[in-house]
Design a protein around this ligand. Sequence first.
Ligand code: NAG
Length: 119
Amino acid sequence: MKATMKYICALGLFLAVLGISCMNGANGAGECGRSSPDMEAMKLIPCAQAAQDENASVSSSCCAQVKKLGQNPKCLCAVMLSNIAKSSGVKPEVAVTIPKRCNLADRPVGYKCGAYTLP
Ligand SMILES: *[C@@H]1O[C@H](CO)[C@@H](O)[C@H](O)[C@H]1NC(C)=O
């Protein structure tokens, strides 16, 4: 019974996140096209550690996601500076260093992410 409640709560939370993303999407194409920065932020969960600690090693799964997102720097920045990232303890000044720490050759060097510049 308890487990069922937990499942229903998790499902409800998921639907709420989905609903918020749909509302954002309804405003037309955002920084991430049809997806929203909040939804894209979910893909960067493997980067959570690396985005908080400048000395943490960046996992290969994180780098793979950053590489994909980096093809749209506007979206990458929106994700790094998103409220969801902030509320998960991401430091924007640390997050912008992740593409460099991944050694991504084709990263958008010098791209302005709000107040930050991609190294
Ligand atoms: C990262 O390492 C540098 C140099 O060793 C140190 O000064 C800095 O405090 C460290 N940062 C964190 C978040 O641990």
